[in-house]
Design a protein around this ligand. Structure first.
Ligand code: NAD
Length: 496
């Protein structure tokens, strides 16, 4: 019988416990509790209700997962790449079939609104298409009897540590190319939002990806997380998260002498030039800082405005902020709560810092209160005007819906301000002058520069990653599966 429930009501009634086994990791194809028996409550940030419990894993659980991954590795490495690709296609198909559940789980744990159809299946299909094309080369030789070649081989067990802001997407970013290349993987999701990662692992198992190829160990960063890059069986790491934790992961990888792919934060500039089309720029700037409640590494959190446009820009953005529908994930909203009490404290703390530094709050600047907000971590979208480039609110990643407006006099100064932070993830330029667009595209220090567009949406295979303090390495590039392999040189002397 068709359900008579409204979509929102049906969403709230989704039985997450039935989709993901309560209180278990996914290790070696089994759903197992933490060895210490402890659990962590996963909270809905809009209501503070407990959604589910997950294991509070520790080094002993990471050890069990690394052993399971190592056991699974030889057979997986030797599996025909076409079969590995088929299994990724099947995983993508299941994600497509279950995208409603995946969307609801992630919305509940992160507190974000519905974002439309998930790009994940398409991304995995794109990656699966590379799997049977990874190949070595033959090398030129000095004599006919000599054969020189390179083989491309997987690393073995690889590790991935995932943050909470887009967990399923960021997990799949790492898992699909890693296992496509023949590696096996241990994933440590964020303690605040591990449910969608467990659901992805469940669908991977249902797709027929063999036990031990994808393992998920939940737990706190300082416990389960710290044990992963230090584990002797782990041969490569991938980390997405904060710069502070990134430094710790680098240190652990250096001690373990393993390579690392690092995706960190950003303080991305939105550079509005005098000739910009504000009808395009304003909605994109608003979306960039309110999407996922500003908890996006690429959030355009610094607005670089020329004096003659600043008043108009701030007025238009303030008006748009006032219209942003804010509320719990199951309503028709554009912006949800912050993920946790800790994150709320961080954002409110930066609002105080900005005031103390002498910046002026134009709109927002406070926690939202009232019936719909009292139980969740809701903060109003905020604009700070009069921000100097050296202020902390212009330099540090706030990771909330807070826009810092900085004046500049000319293009050279705009570029200097844009490049004047330790970060270098993305930058957006709004201009109708193609010469300026070219100069800024080349001059900005960032992994991505967007001109008159809020991102690389619609571009297929755009490599993702930063420069400077935003990390190194690229995901989603056209050779990402190859990056999960090592080169072995083989020389055969046929004259011997
Ligand atoms: P975080 O560094 O606190 O946590 C990220 C992950 O690291 C979590 O799984 C956490 O449990 C784990 N962790 C924490 N301490 C650890 C330790 N000592 N050893 C090992 N693991 C540890 O970051 P967060 O608050 O979850 O995420 C927000 C940050 O992530 C922001 O800075 C954001 O910009 C960044 N981010 C970057 C990208 C990107 O693609 N560049 C994407 C999303 C988020």
């Amino acid at each position: 019988m068709p359900s008579t429930a409204t979509p929102d009501r049906a969403a709230r009634e989704l039985d997450v416990g039935a989709l993901i086994t309560d209180g278990t990791h996914h290790i070696g194809g089994e759903w197992v509790p933490a060895k210490n028996g402890e659990t962590i409550d996963v909270i809905n940030p809009a209501t503070r209700e407990v959604l589910l419990r997950v294991p509070r894993g520790g080094p002993e659980d990471i050890d069990a997962a690394a052993l399971a991954a190592a056991d699974a590795f030889p057979a997986w490495r030797d599996t025909n790449p076409m079969v590995r690709a088929d299994l990724l296609y099947r995983w993508a198909e299941l994600l497509r079939e279950h995208q409603r559940e995946l969307d609801i789980i992630e919305r509940m744990e992160v507190g974000r609104p519905h974002w439309g159809p998930s790009p994940l299946p398409r991304m995995i299909i794109y990656i699966a298409g590379m799997v049977d094309k990874v190949a070595g080369k033959t090398l030129p030789t000095a004599r006919p009897g000599l054969l020189g070649m390179t083989l491309r081989e997987p690393y073995g067990v690889v590790g991935s540590i995932v943050p909470w802001n887009a967990p399923a997407h960021l997990m799949a970013h790492d898992v699909a190319p890693a296992i496509g290349a023949g590696n096996t993987i241990v994933v440590k999701p964020a303690e605040d939002a591990p449910l969608s990662c467990l659901f992805l692992a469940k669908l991977a198992a249902e797709a027929g990806i063999p036990p031990g190829v994808v393992n998920v160990v939940t737990g706190y960063g300082g416990e389960a997380g710290a044990a992963l890059p230090a584990h002797p069986l782990v041969r490569r790491m991938s980390f997405t998260g904060s710069p502070e934790t990134g430094t710790k992961i680098m240190e652990a990888c250096a001690k373990n002498r393993i390579p690392l792919h690092l995706e960190l934060g950003g303080k991305s500039p939105q550079i509005v030039l005098r000739d910009a089309d504000l009808t395009k720029a304003v909605p994109a700037i608003v979306r960039s800082i309110t999407l996922n409640t500003g908890q996006v590494c690429a959030a355009g959190s610094r607005l670089l405005a020329p004096p003659e446009l600043k008043k108009e820009l701030i007025g238009a953005i303030s008006d748009a902020f006032a219209k942003v529908r804010i509320g719990p994930w199951y309503e028709d909203v554009q912006m949800g709560p912050l993920i946790s009490a800790k994150q709320e404290e961080r954002v409110l703390g930066y609002l105080d810092i900005g005031r103390e530094e002498g910046a002026e709050i134009v709109t927002g600047g406070h926690k939202l209160t009232g019936d719909r907000f009292d139980r969740g971590y809701f903060v109003a979208p905020t604009i700070f005007d009069g921000v100097r480039p050296d202020m902390r609110i212009a330099q540090e990643e706030i990771f909330g819906p807070v826009l810092s407006v900085i004046d500049y006099a000319d293009e050279d100064e705009a570029l200097a301000i844009a490049n004047g932070t330790r970060y270098g993830l993305t930058a957006t330029v709004w201009t109708t002058d193609v010469n300026r667009a070219v100069r800024l595209a080349k001059g900005v220090q960032a992994g991505h520069v967007y001109i008159n567009t809020p991102g690389s949406f619609g571009v297929i295979g755009a490599p993702w990653g930063g420069t400077k303090g935003s990390g190194f390495g690229r995901t989603m590039s056209a050779d990402i599966v190859e990056e999960y392999t090592l080169i072995k040189t083989v020389v055969i002397d046929g004259d011997a």
